[in-house]
Ligand binder design. Structure first.
Ligand code: ACM
Length: 762
């Protein structure tokens, strides 16, 4: 967010608090939303005389009272009255992590069954004292009775410190944010191909070699040719730093789950200890992002190494789970290795998936002998789950469903809702991200229990987690930007009562929270006023354009001729019908000030708008809801992004086979098709297309094949025009997928993707 916008938001919230004349109500502030809030009369005021009473012998609670004192101690104006804050443990309180807060002018009673419950009550108090408030009201809290308890016992956030390394001070800030929003698990992704980040005393080359890479890829991994920065990069946490972080987390009731990746994502280790690979090496710590074929070889030496590493890890982390990765392990080397094949034979393993399962089971047996439980990504289902494994379902929800049905515990973290490395706004100004699109309202809409599960099975869904992979997130400010706002949305998914979930209400509570963090210098993303634009072809031939921002507030103003909107530009009130081409530019204004970047949508009117389009071969799953409308809505897929809600992707071996029915016969001149071409993303423009016309569905060929020439392997959009010297009602278009990816290109040997948008008829 720019400074201008920040000032504006600050101004609007101070107006809000001034009008409110005192502290804002709990119902307008707290995230995650508590189970129940009853507003009271008046407010509690912290004074120098305020006493905090804690039960005798409750040593944990001394720290709790210090949290409050540390917060209020310096903010305290002199006052004549005195009052009390009572912290009480009550073993009969019905929820182990829940709490009850009773706030009145005479004092605050905070009751819970456990110190953790009291800690969450204090987090609520601190939010009430800070969020969206002027500093002179920080000592006041509006009277209320709050009953609160979490929905799920697993409320997690993850951070990848391998792709980029983050200092101890930032890890502590991250843990503070988790605590504020009542998360209780931190999944610390400590090892990967691009760097090993935890000191293991027995293996010094992990620190000397595996923790450092020669240089780092610049730009997106899909871009060709690849560019590097030429600068060495790395680092690791010493065991003493790890202990310090573990203690810091414990004080916040957060359990850390360390992840040591195996058998894949292990190139950094192989660079240090090449004898653990199936081939001779040498290997180097990866300098680009991706999945690598060199993985741990299932040798006795490898198991000895991993058990020694895990022994040191286990000694550092008191929590019950150890995450062993298990994701994205190519089996190429195992297929070619006589040693791996011999292990399969000796152990009666049918294929390399079973070999991976054997690998994970051995590690699980070791962890269990040390009193720990194994957690792994959903690939550990392949070849058979280890007996007591807990599964993290990331490739969608099917892994979670399968594991729960097999009686295994599950943490849901599907990419579609939980990957905070995806874009959060469809805006050319966004920092480069890995791809995908996950706006905050989509995170908020997530329901972790798959509808497919019976109530019995769904008891295995422990909760959900947000993942922060850091290929494109290089420093703390980037993590703040990508993770924190969406983390707040997820906190409500995992903590709050789902029957009370409501995005607008959440967004209204989010605004003062974001405002608070911005005042603290934290780079949280505020995309609440960003517009999303969508367009739909109508049977009449017109285009319906809808504009909205997630919070539903502010005035949306637009221009249709490519100029930026001004405070006096036309006001958008409801879906607009456009009968002609237009260069739509729109943004949100509050009190005459622009509060979001200008969103744009170029609309190209053509004769196919509103025509009936049927596809005989379905696009890939994630494009099913966009097609066919996106292909005939007057909006072209963007030149530089294929993940923009317009481009429609067909995966391996699937072709575009489209029948367009325009309803009546129309005189036509040409058909224009656009294809995305980005070999680094396995996306290839087709080599040819064929077009048929007809007055009935039988059709006659009018062109084809038209050969497409894509001479450069570099990223581009290929446009093809086919003359249509006919008056016709039906068009049939056949675009074969480019087929197998050629040798030497990323993904060689796999099937290519075909991406198309728009199909224009003129
Ligand atoms: C993953 O995103 N590879 C778990």
């Amino acid at each position: 967010m720019n400074k201008h916008l920040l000032l504006l938001l600050l101004a609007s919230y101070s107006v809000l608090t001034t009008f409110a004349q005192g502290p804002a109500a709990a119902a307008d502030i707290l995230i995650p939303k508590p189970t129940k809030i009853e507003a009271g009369e008046g407010y509690f005021t912290w004074t120098p005389g305020t006493e905090i009473s804690i039960p005798k012998n409750a040593r944990d609670l001394v720290a709790h009272s210090q949290l409050l004192k540390a917060f209020w101690g310096t903010n305290t104006p002199p006052a004549a009255t005195s009052n009390r804050i009572n912290l009480k443990l009550d073993s009969k309180f019905p929820s182990s992590e829940g709490y009850r807060l009773s706030i009145s002018a005479s004092g605050i009673d905070l009751t819970a069954a456990t110190p953790a419950g009291l800690f969450y009550g204090i987090q609520s108090l601190l939010q009430l004292a800070t969020a969206g408030r002027e500093s002179n009201t920080l000592t006041k809290i509006a009277a209320a009775v709050i009953q609160d308890q979490p929905r799920f016992g697993y409320r997690g956030m993850h951070l990848d410190v391998s792709r980029h390394f983050f200092p101890v001070a930032f890890i502590k800030e991250y843990l503070d944010m988790l605590a504020t929003y009542k998360f209780n698990y931190f999944h610390w992704h400590l090892t990967d191909d691009q760097g090993w980040r935890i000191e293991i005393k027995r293996y010094p080359k992990l620190q000397q070699v595996a923790a450092w890479r020669e240089e780092t890829l610049q730009g997106h991994a899909r871009n060709q040719p690849a560019r590097y920065d030429g600068r060495a990069y790395g680092g690791f946490y010493t065991q003493s730093e790890v202990r310090e972080i573990v203690k810091y987390a414990q004080e916040r009731y957060i359990t850390i789950i360390p992840e040591i990746e195996m058998p894949g994502h292990s190139v950094a280790v192989l660079a240090a200890y090449p004898e653990l690979a199936c081939t001779d090496g040498p290997f180097k710590v990866a300098t680009k992002w991706g999945v690598f074929e060199d993985v741990f070889c299932p040798k006795e030496e490898t198991f000895t190494f991993l058990e020694n590493v895990l022994s040191e890890v286990i000694a550092l982390f008191p929590g019950k789970y150890i995450h062993i990765g298990g994701d994205e392990c190519p089996k190429t080397r195992w297929k070619e290795s006589s040693l791996a094949q011999a292990v399969m034979k000796t152990n009666n393993l049918a294929d390399e998936d079973e070999l991976q399962s054997y690998f994970i089971r051995r590690i699980e047996a070791f962890l269990q002998s040390k009193g720990k439980r194994l957690m792994g990504w959903d690939e550990i289902l392949e070849g058979g789950l280890a007996p007591n494994a807990t599964v993290m379902s990331w490739r969608g929800i099917q892994g979670g469903i399968d594991a729960a049905r097999q009686g295994h515990d599950v943490v849901m973290t599907p990419t579609q809702y939980c990957y905070f490395d995806y874009y959060q706004a469809d805006n050319a100004l966004e920092p480069l991200a890995i791809g995908g699109m996950l706006p905050i309202e989509k995170v908020y809409s997530y329901e972790p229990i798959p509808a497919e599960l019976t109530p019995q099975e769904s008891r295995h869904i422990l909760g959900a987690q947000g993942n922060v992979w850091t290929e494109y997130i290089a420093d703390p400010a980037d993590v703040q930007y990508m993770a924190y706002a969406r983390m707040m949305a997820l906190s409500e998914v995992v903590w709050s009562d789902p029957t009370q979930k409501e995005f607008r209400g959440f967004a209204q509570r989010l605004a003062p929270q974001l405002n608070h963090w911005q005042q603290q210098g934290i780079n949280v993303a505020n995309r609440l006023f960003d517009l999303s634009c969508s367009s739909r072809g109508l049977p009449s031939g017109g285009i319906e354009v809808t504009l909205k921002n997630p919070i539903g507030n502010g005035e949306i103003r637009y221009e249709l001729d490519g100029r930026d909107p001004k405070p006096n530009s036309p006001l958008y009130q409801e879906a607009m019908l456009l009968e002609e081409s237009a260069l739509l530019r729109a943004t949100t204004f509050v009190d005459g000030k622009q509060v979001a970047p200008v969103a744009w949508m170029d609309i190209y009117h053509h004769l196919g708008i509103g025509a009936k389009l049927s596809l005989s071969q379905a696009p890939a799953n994630r494009y099913l809801s966009l097609a066919p409308n996106a292909l005939l809505n007057g909006v072209r897929g963007r030149n530089n992004r294929f993940d923009d809600q317009e481009w429609i992707g067909f995966d391996q071996g699937h072709n575009l086979v489209a029948l367009i029915d325009m309803g009546t016969s129309k005189p036509l001149q040409y058909l224009q098709l656009r294809f995305f071409h980005q070999p680094g993303a396995w996306i290839y423009a087709p080599k040819q297309i064929e077009v048929y016309w007809a007055e009935d569905e039988a059709g006659q060929q009018i062109s084809g094949p038209v050969r497409m020439d894509i001479n450069s392997p570099l990223d581009q959009v290929a446009t093809v025009r086919v003359p249509l010297p006919k008056t016709t009602r039906f068009l049939r278009i056949l675009v074969p997928n480019a087929g197998q990816i050629p040798a030497g290109q990323p993904g060689a040997g796999n099937g290519a993707w075909l991406f198309v948008d728009e199909i224009e008829i003129h």
